[in-house]
Design a binder for this molecule. Structure first.
Ligand code: PBG
Length: 330
């Protein structure tokens, strides 16, 4: 006879001790899930701190190998490179993006030599190189789609030729995945992969990134005519479908934490490796609260990263990558 005062099923039984919790855990974060974005700067000297991103630095080419070594030793599979371009090398057309000796290309050659086992991801968009801070070129006051794609193709080509393994277009121009894929194939770069920032939203959470690149003051207007409206979710599925049809090997959703619903829908609909970018503002939020003693930094970091796995991600671009890898290695 069961006593109706007691529940027959007690879900708490599987939470009783640590080993049971481990045994029944549905998702697990591993070092294989981590992609580390790093900022490169010109010149020489020690790394400089990004004030709105405590613990994140801009490194010179000379300091790059030492900077990446810990990550390499921890087994982080891939890193993503972002350049801080000196103002005198910026112009309206983003010419420096296509320079085979720009910071990204030079860094790629160094890293391929020093750490051949690490995958290299190159962001493709013109904003680090334009004096107006937009991701494409401007014609008649509008970020021009097709003219921008021509420059982006050249940017992708010099990156791939210098050793970037994964081209990651973050510009949100229509049709750029197909154009870049064709250009890579015609150049014999058939192994170069494309991770498309397919669903990239016009977000307030990129603020600290623009500080890191020194673009914050220079951006004229906003990016709402090309990045997605945070109100939309069906539209993200159309973006992803197009990018897959155009040849994307992997898909990214960005930002991460405020868009876990998009990751879940993309993962459920398409059979393609899906990634999230836990962007600068998400990192800054957690670090600011932790520095104030309002959050436990390590627990908040690990919980936020596990959430991406639960939502269906294959991996995460995160500024926490080395710190998380360290925790996972204990
Ligand atoms: C460039 C780009 C941005 C980020 C990655 N690639 C900024 C933007 O679109 O304005 C943001 C990354 C971050 O905030 O961490 N198009």
């Amino acid at each position: 006879m069961t006593d109706s005062r007691f529940p027959q099923t007690r879900l708490r039984r599987n939470r009783y001790d640590a080993w049971t919790r481990r045994l029944v855990a549905e998702n697990k974060l591993s070092v294989d899930d981590l992609i580390w974005p790093i900022f490169l700067r010109d010149g020489t000297g020690d790394p400089t701190e990004v004030s709105s991103m405590p613990g994140v630095q801009r490194v010179t080419l000379g300091g790059l190998a030492a900077h990446v070594e810990t990550a390499a030793n921890l087994g982080i599979p891939a890193i993503a490179l972002f350049p801080v371009t000196p103002p005198e090398r910026k112009d309206a057309e983003g010419t420096e993006a296509g320079n085979p000796n720009n910071l990204i290309c030079s860094a790629a050659r160094i890293l391929k030599r020093e750490f051949p086992e690490i995958g290299l991801i190159g962001d493709v968009a013109l904003d680090p190189y334009t004096d107006h801070g937009h991701d494409g070129v401007i014609r008649d006051g509008y970020v021009a789609n097709d003219e921008s794609i021509e420059v982006l193709c050249r940017q992708a080509l010099v990156q791939a030729e210098s050793g970037i393994d994964i081209i990651a277009p973050s510009d949100m121009m229509d049709g750029r995945i197909g154009a870049i894929r064709r250009m890579l194939d015609q150049s014999g770069l058939i192994h170069t992969r494309i991770m498309s920032y397919a669903a990239k939203y016009a977000s307030a959470f990129y603020g600290p990134f623009r500080d890191a690149l020194g673009n914050a003051g220079s951006l004229k207007g906003d990016k709402k005519t090309y990045q997605m409206d945070p109100a939309n979710s069906d539209e993200a599925l159309r973006e992803v479908a197009l990018d897959i049809a155009e040849g994307a090997d992997m898909i990214m959703v960005k930002p991460g934490m405020p868009y876990l619903d998009i990751i879940r829908r993309v993962h459920d609909r398409f059979e393609v490796p899906t990634f999230a970018y836990q962007v600068s503002g998400e990192y800054a939020m957690i670090m600011a609260a932790a520095r104030n003693g309002w959050l436990d930094e390590e627990r908040a970091m690990m919980e936020s990263l596990l959430a991406f796995k639960r939502a269906g991600c294959r991996g995460v671009l995160t500024y926490f990558a080395p710190a998380a890898a360290k925790v996972l290695s204990r």
